[in-house]
Write a protein that binds this ligand. Structure first.
Ligand code: OGA
Ligand code: NI
Length: 339
């Protein structure tokens, strides 16, 4: 039988799943109170919202997608030359990542490419996890790839900082709270290009574009092409879980709260479970994960605790938390050496 709400047993009937209406924050809006209020309501409700007029031109976004497509169209042996390293830079093949082992048969039916903040090998900071030189496709293959991605990295960080200022105000903090050097002054931001194969997902048999997960950091900015696929589940404890589609919005970023901000805010702001279902069409997306610096201590904010609501999590260093989450979800690199 059809399942019009998408929350019943027959999860494979994608067409009937409900669609989420997200708040839209206009970064060019001069009324900051309005933006703070829209963002706050979104963070209390679903932890997901759109941002528009963020300052990155549509023309440039289109170029980033076009370069991403060119990379993923390369033959697999070219892509495997750039297999990710232990610093999480480079290519991640299909099935490399397993986000939801309880419900997934194999890994995710997506391939990706990680690009971090570029630091030369001889820089002392390069010895820290997540820092160091990037891996780049040969310039004779993709001549403007590197400059396109480096520019996107810089521009997206500016957008993330602007969003973080509104978040700070929404949490009754000073607007520049996240601008400090141990936070977004020197972030570990990671750009990830993603390409979903045209495979149809089959939730009841454990086949997903991306398995259910929440993101690890402060916030994620997500740009998608026009193909639907992203779903959110506002209440992870509901039985059965109810999944809602987040429709693509051209020119916008979909922003979501990550686990670190959930910890910081003592669960006032939600890091919501999400996943991607394939519908038979190829799909491209670009995620920009924004995390504070290595030594940043993520601990309950003064404005988010009280006698009735004491801190729910112990403080943890950003680097410790992130390294653990990446190790938990990615295949062991040694597993590729035997092939
Ligand atoms: C992610 C993610 C969603 C998408 O990379 O963490 O949730 O639409 N991506 O690709
Ligand atoms: Ni995610």
């Amino acid at each position: 039988m059809d399942d019009p709400t998408g929350d019943g047993a027959d999860e494979s009937s994608h067409a009937f799943a409900s669609v989420s209406v997200l708040n839209c924050v206009d970064l060019s809006c001069p009324d900051i109170h309005k933006s703070v209020s829209l963002l706050k309501r979104a963070c209390l409700d679903s932890g997901f919202f759109y941002i528009i007029n963020h300052g990155i031109s549509q023309e440039f976004m289109d170029e980033v997608f076009s370069q991403s497509r060119e990379f993923f169209s390369l033959p697999i042996n070219e892509k495997m030359k750039l297999l990710r390293n232990e610093k999480h830079r480079g290519y991640t093949p299909v099935l490399d990542e397993l986000l939801d082992p309880e419900h997934q048969l194999n890994g995710d039916y997506k391939e990706g490419y990680y690009i971090g903040i570029e630091l030369p090998e001889d820089d002392l900071e390069s010895q820290r996890p997540f820092y160091g030189p990037n891996m780049w496709p040969a310039s004779d293959l993709l001549p403007i790839w590197r400059e396109t991605m480096e520019r996107f990295h810089r521009e997206a960080l500016d957008v993330a900082r602007a969003v973080a200022r509104i978040i700070a105000l929404a949490l009754d903090l000073e607007g520049d709270f996240f601008d400090k050097s141990e936070m977004l002054g020197q972030p570990i931001s990671i750009l990830r290009l993603l390409h979903y194969e045209g495979r149809v997902s089959d939730p009841s048999n454990g086949i997903f574009g991306a398995g259910a997960h929440s993101d690890y950091g402060l916030i994620t900015l997500l740009a998608t092409d026009n193909v639907v696929g992203l779903q959110i589940c506002k209440d992870r404890n509901a039985k059965p879980q109810k999944w809602e589609y987040v429709p693509p919005l051209r020119g916008a970023f979909i922003v979501n709260i990550g686990d670190m901000l959930e910890r910081w805010s003592n669960c006032i702001f939600k890091s919501t479970l999400h996943r991607v279902l394939g519908n038979g069409q190829e799909r491209y997306s670009i995620a920009y994960f924004v995390e504070p610096s290595h030594d940043c201590l993520v601990e309950c904010l003064p404005t988010c605790k009280s006698e009735e609501s004491p801190p729910k999590f112990p403080p943890i260093k950003c680097q410790t938390y992130l390294s653990q989450r990446y190790t938990d979800t990615h295949a062991d690199l040694n597993s590729y050496k035997s092939h």
